[in-house]
Write a new protein. Structure first.
Length: 295
């Protein structure tokens, strides 16, 4: 469950600093939103996916529904907000593929506990419940409690970065933060493998069994009862990192649902995310299962 957005992407040589106007090279629109990206990644990589979200009663919302259905995603519980527009993200990408993103959440902000209650049957059917935070935190907390009540494994992508209560984290089986999110949750700046270990240990102490910190080109740090190590990233020519983290999350959950270890899930997810960075866009860059080579 999570967000649906439309990404409006401008490519330029450099990212603008505050107060600066620069000329871009190109502009495109792509479907996005962390929730939708992760759902499509899980579906393309072999998962049987139901998606819970909220859209506006507008063209962007209609386009989102068409894309999700064409991706073989159960969209029965994608709700429509008659007052708010669909979410939009403004994405700036520089010449080396780094990005800067501002999100106007729109209808995503009105996904409610009542909506989640209506979708309870999907929680009952699931093996894994994957949640991120482009929706109200209170709604995410309620969904986690529901998932735990049905005995399901909860995977949390704590993005965008925000402070989270220990009572929330205590119900999470696996957390997938990036470097910045892990630093916010742990209070530890990550500069190397030792600091990644310390940050993961601090997050785990809040009740999370498995912590996997994504580190971009440096791979991912896995902290679980059976494994505490760096999983190296594939050496690829990156052109756009937009959506790579979401690809990692979707891939990780598919592999986890298939019964693989946390370490092997991270290896598979690393391979999928690395491949996504070699392509432009969020959903357009997400690979299929047949594309993946685990390095």
């Amino acid at each position: 469950m999570g967000s649906c957005n439309t990404d409006m992407i401008v490519r330029a040589d450099t990212l603008p600093v505050p107060g600066e106007t620069i000329l871009g090279e190109s502009f495109i629109t792509n479907p996005g939103g962390k929730g939708a990206n992760q759902a499509i990644a899980a579906s393309r990589l072999g998962g049987d996916v139901s998606f819970i979200s909220k859209i506006g009663n507008d063209l962007f919302g209609l386009q989102t529904m068409e894309i999700l259905r064409s991706s073989n995603i159960d969209s029965e519980y994608i709700f429509t907000d008659r007052k708010s527009p669909s979410g939009v993200a403004l994405v700036f990408v520089d010449s080396v593929g780094e990005n800067s993103i501002v999100v106007a959440p729109g209808a995503n902000s009105s996904l409610s506990k009542e909506d989640i209650r209506k979708a309870a049957c999907k929680f009952k059917e699931a093996d894994i419940v994957l949640i991120q935070l482009e929706i109200p935190v209170g709604t995410a907390e309620y969904a986690v409690e529901m998932a735990i009540g049905y005995g399901k494994k909860v995977v949390l992508n704590p993005a965008p970065a925000t402070a989270l209560d220990a009572s929330f984290l205590n119900n999470v089986n696996t957390i997938l933060p990036n470097r910045i999110e892990a630093q916010m949750l742990s209070g530890i700046r990550i500069t190397d493998e030792q600091s990644a270990f310390s940050a993961a240990e601090a997050i785990s102490s809040k009740g999370v069994e498995n912590v996997v910190i994504t580190l971009g080109k440096d791979g991912a740090y896995v902290y679980s009862p059976d494994c505490k190590t760096i999983v190296k990233a594939a050496n690829v020519h990156s052109v756009d990192t937009t959506g790579a983290g979401d690809t990692f999350c979707g891939a990780f959950c598919v592999y986890l649902a298939e019964g693989n270890s946390i370490y092997d899930c991270a290896r598979f997810a690393n391979a999928a995310a690395a491949l996504a960075t070699t392509r432009v866009g969020a959903q357009s860059s997400i690979p299929y299962r047949s594309d993946i080579v685990i390095y």
